[in-house]
Design a protein around this ligand. Structure first.
Ligand code: HEM
Length: 359
């Protein structure tokens, strides 16, 4: 496992990067999976009516999507800081090469934010089913664009100097590889699994047996779909990456991820059978995801490591991170950490007081 050979400073930044990225991934899964469910249900509503169970799932997701998007974006900031410390050269070269395409993420996210509020407004309730479906599809398309941009940027950041030069000389704004589609599909379909658990916790007190089965369908589709997408992705991976993944330490991550997914599936199958969501089974499904997500995130880093070694960008990145670690600034970091933590605690307290006052 490449990480174990890293100097202590680099390892610390890598761990911080991975932990904060996982938090971003969980929130992003709610946003992407939620937009998929809402769009699917709203489009279906154009031709037919859906049951109370689907209505309750769609209602809670619609209600929480704006907040979830805010959380996703906020939780993206920490990993973007750590990625600069770890892989600055590769990351920023990809950013610069994609240029306007990359920056388009910002206006797209701003429009998506407004559409999410529109989607839960009383105004849209008075519009036709077709208009509602178009808004839901618009939201989904925007999130797919953002997710695709991150995957494309990531893959471009792993390319060689020669590929970067060719990309720039050709004036291209898109970077296509055989990995892009299966990789994106894996992220998108996998998000349904995380979503199912999060919504299950939200609806736990009120879910009917049909609601439980609908949620199980969402979660199990996510699990089965991710296995199929992972199979496709495996076929599209460069030979060197497949060889690295077959090494015992990395293989244990594949097995760990598989075990996590199996626990998740077993818990949802049991809940679908009984039509109930007892805390023990819900914790099992949550635990399954809590194993699968870190394993997948670590494997994702193995893919990056193999590529950067191959193109000669790994060692310079390790050295640059060590240089950055010597620059100091820990005191300033701590000061702002304390100030921000105090500000957040104050806001939470004010909200809690206001809620108590209103109750
Ligand atoms: C709805 C909005 C967003 C979606 C759907 C989304 C989706 C994704 C996806 C799919 C990936 C993984 C890409 C891959 O491995 O192929 C990713 C990675 C990442 N995202 Fe987000 N993201 C969103 C917003 C943001 C924002 C606003 C930030 C920064 C403030 C951010 C920061 C990151 C970082 C740092 C990574 C890791 C990049 C890397 O390692 O190359 N994300 N995001």
């Amino acid at each position: 496992m490449f990480a174990l050979d890293l100097p202590a400073d680099n390892l610390l930044y890598l761990v911080l990067y991975l932990v904060t990225l996982m938090l971003h991934v969980v929130a992003m899964n709610y946003v992407v999976g939620g937009a998929m469910v809402v769009a699917g249900a709203t489009v279906y509503r154009v031709v037919g009516n859906y049951c109370d169970a689907t209505r309750s799932i769609v209602a809670v997701i619609k209600d929480w999507l704006p907040l979830a998007l805010g959380v996703t974006i906020t939780l993206g900031v920490a990993p973007i800081l750590f990625i600069q410390l770890l892989y600055k050269h590769a990351f920023y070269t990809a950013n610069l090469l994609l240029f306007h395409r990359w920056m388009a993420i910002l206006p797209v996210l701003i429009i998506a934010f407004y559409l999410l509020y529109l989607q839960k407004s009383a105004w849209i309730e008075r519009r036709s089913q077709l208009v509602r479906a178009l808004v839901a599809l618009g939201v989904l398309a925007m999130f797919l664009f953002v997710a695709w941009s991150w995957s494309e940027n990531h893959l471009l950041s792993l390319a060689s100097q020669q590929e970067w030069t060719e990309h720039y000389a050709a004036g291209r704004m898109w970077y296509e590889t055989p990995e892009t589609l299966p990789r994106l599909l894996l992220w998108m379909i996998g998000s349904l699994s995380t979503l199912s658990v999060l919504v299950a916790w939200q609806l736990r007190g009120s879910a009917s047996s049909t609601t439980v089965r609908r949620l199980a369908l969402v979660g199990l589709s996510g699990a089965v779909g991710s296995v199929l997408a992972a199979g496709w992705y495996w076929a599209a991976l460069p030979e060197a990456v497949r060889t690295a993944i077959a090494e015992p330490a990395n293989l244990s991550l594949v097995i760990g991820g598989g075990v996590g997914l199996a626990v998740f599936v077993a818990a949802w199958v049991q809940m679908a059978r009984s039509g109930r969501m007892p805390a023990m089974l819900l914790w099992l499904a949550t635990g399954g995801m809590a194993i699968a997500i870190p394993c997948a995130t670590l494997l994702r880093e193995v893919r990056r490591y193999v590529a950067l070694v191959e193109v000669g960008h790994w060692q310079p990145a390790v050295e640059a991170t060590q240089d950055s670690a010597q620059l100091g600034g820990f005191g300033v970091f701590l000061l702002f950490f304390v100030l921000n933590a105090a500000a957040i605690a104050w806001v939470l307290r004010r909200v809690a007081q206001q809620l108590q006052h209103n109750a």
